[in-house]
Design a protein around this ligand. Structure first.
Ligand code: SAM
Ligand code: SF4
Ligand code: SF4
Length: 376
C-alpha cells in the first residue's frame, strides 16, 4: 500500500469501543453532554464519493484512481439510516442534513429523503431536513427532492469566475451548471438557497467582492467559510485562512455598508451581517472564532460511525449494533448507547486550537477524519 493512504485508512478503522447498556433508558429529548450542550443536529453522510476534487477537500494527489472508497455493502442502507435518525430525533434532534461526499450521487437519494421526511420531532413538528451539495446534479434533481419532502438546500460555490471555479473543483466543471442548479432549487421551492464559499488565500479570495455583489441581487444567502484544518490530506496552513473579520473589512471597503445582525438562535454557526440597503450575508469563522460552546451537532459517517466532533479522531460503530452477531439490539438499547456517548462528549477542538494559536503554539497534528467521509 502506498504511503499516501495511511492516515485515512488508519483513521476509518479507528473505533471507539461501545459500552453496552446494563439498564435501558427511555429518551426524553433532554440529553446533555459534559458541557451542558444538547443534541439538536444530525449530519448524515450518505456517500464518501464525489465527482469533484476540490483542492481543499479531496485533493487529486490523495483521492486518485487507486484510492479505496468504501464498498457498497459497508454503506448504511436507507432503512438503517432511518432507524438511527428516529433514535436521534427521540433524543431531541430537530434538524437533519444530508451530506457526503456528494449526496446527490447516492442512488435513489429521493427515497431516503421521503423516508426521513416522515419522521416527526419530539414536539410533533416536521424535521428541518436539508442537504448540502456541489449542485452538479441539482438542476435535474431539485424538483424530485422537493416533492420527496426536502426543506431546503445549501450549495457550495467557491467562485463565479469560470477559470477559478474549474481550478478549485479540479475536474473542469463549469460554473454555469452550478448556477443552473441553484436556479432550479429556488424554482422548486427549496429556497432561500444558502451558498457556501470556502475562502482560501491566494486561490479565490479575489472573488469575495464579486460573489457578494452577485448574490446581493438574488434571494440566495451567501456565507463565507474560513478554510479549515479538517482531515489529514489538504495540507492546511494558517496563513491560507482569510479571517472573517478581514472579509467584512474587504466588503465594507468596497462600499457594502454591512451591519451586524443578531443570531436567529443559540448555536447558529454563521454570524449574520446585513447590507445597508437590505439583504444579508453570513460568515462562518470556524478557525478564528470557535463556536464549540454551543455545538449541538453529531455526525453519522457513511458506514454508520457516530462522530461527536468534526475534528474527532475516532467514531463509535453504530452499524455493529444494527448488523452481524449483535444485530438483536432493540431501538431502546441503541438509544441508550447513543445517550451514553453524548453524555460523555467533551469535544471542543476549535476552542483549543484558538487557544493554541493565540499562544503562538502549533496544534498537535492529529489523524483527523476526512470531511468527505463524515460530511461537512
Ligand atoms: N459535496 C457537498 C458539497 O460540497 O456541498 C457536500 C459535502 S462537502 C464536504 C460539505 C461542505 O464542506 C462544503 O460546503 C465544502 O465547501 C466544505 N468543506 C470541505 N472542506 C473544507 C475545508 N477544508 N474547510 C472549510 N470547508 C470545507
Ligand atoms: Fe466533493 Fe464537496 Fe468535497 Fe468538493 S467539498 S470535493 S464537492 S465533497
Ligand atoms: Fe463542534 Fe467540534 Fe466544531 Fe467545536 S470543533 S464546533 S465541538 S464540531
Amino acid at each position: 500500500m502506498s504511503e499516501k493512504f495511511i492516515p485515512l485508512v488508519d483513521h476509518r478503522q479507528r473505533e471507539r469501543s461501545l459500552a453496552l447498556p446494563g439498564m435501558l433508558e427511555t429518551p426524553d429529548g433532554k440529553l446533555l453532554d459534559t458541557r451542558a450542550r444538547p443534541l439538536r443536529d444530525l449530519r448524515i453522510s450518505v456517500t464518501d464519493r464525489c465527482n469533484f476534487r476540490c483542492v481543499y477537500c479531496m485533493p487529486k494527489s490523495v483521492f486518485d484512481k487507486d484510492y479505496h472508497f468504501l464498498p457498497h455493502n459497508s454503506l448504511l442502507s436507507f432503512e438503517e439510516i432511518t432507524r438511527i435518525a428516529n433514535i436521534f430525533v427521540a433524543h431531541g434532534v430537530t434538524k437533519i442534513r444530508l451530506t457526503g461526499g456528494e449526496p446527490l450521487l447516492r442512488k435513489n437519494i429521493e427515497k431516503l429523503v421521503g423516508m426521513l421526511s416522515r419522521i416527526k420531532t419530539a414536539d410533533g413538528d416536521d424535521l428541518d431536513l436539508t442537504l448540502t451539495t456541489n449542485a452538479s446534479l441539482l438542476a435535474r434533481k431539485a424538483q424530485s427532492l422537493k416533492d420527496a419532502g426536502l426543506t431546503r438546500v445549501t450549495v457550495s460555490l467557491d467562485s463565479l469566475d469560470d477559470a477559478t471555479f474549474r481550478k478549485m473543483n479540479d475536474v473542469d466543471f463549469p460554473v454555469d451548471d452550478v448556477l443552473d442548479g441553484i436556479a432550479a432549487a429556488q424554482q422548486a421551492g427549496l429556497g432561500p438557497v444558502k451558498i457556501n464559499m470556502v475562502v482560501k488565500a491566494g486561490l479565490n479570495d479575489q472573488e469575495i467582492v464579486p460573489m457578494a455583489r452577485y448574490f446581493k441581487e438574488t434571494p440566495h444567502v451567501l456565507r463565507f467559510i474560513e478554510y479549515m484544518d479538517v482531515g489529514a490530506s489538504n495540507g492546511w496552513k494558517m496563513d491560507e485562512v482569510i479571517p472573517s473579520a478581514d472579509i467584512i473589512r474587504r466588503l465594507n471597503a468596497a462600499g457594502m455598508g454591512l451591519q451586524r445582525v443578531e443570531a436567529n438562535y443559540t448555536g447558529e454557526t454563521a454570524e449574520r451581517w446585513r447590507y445597508a440597503d437590505g439583504g444579508e450575508i453570513g460568515v462562518i469563522s470556524s478557525v478564528t472564532q470557535s463556536f464549540c460552546q454551543d455545538c449541538t451537532r453529531a455526525r453519522l459517517s457513511t458506514e454508520g460511525k457516530l462522530y461527536t466532533c468534526l475534528f474527532a479522531t475516532g467514531g463509535h460503530d453504530l452499524r455493529s449494533l444494527l448488523r452481524g452477531p449483535d444485530a438483536s439490539y432493540s431501538d431502546q438499547a441503541i438509544s441508550t448507547v447513543v445517550a451514553q456517548i453524548w453524555r460523555a462528549r467533551s469535544d471542543r477542538y476549535s476552542e483549543l486550537r484558538s487557544a493554541h494559536t493565540a499562544a503562538g503554539e502549533q496544534t498537535e497534528r492529529l489523524k483527523k477524519v476526512e470531511m468527505s467521509y463524515i460530511g461537512g
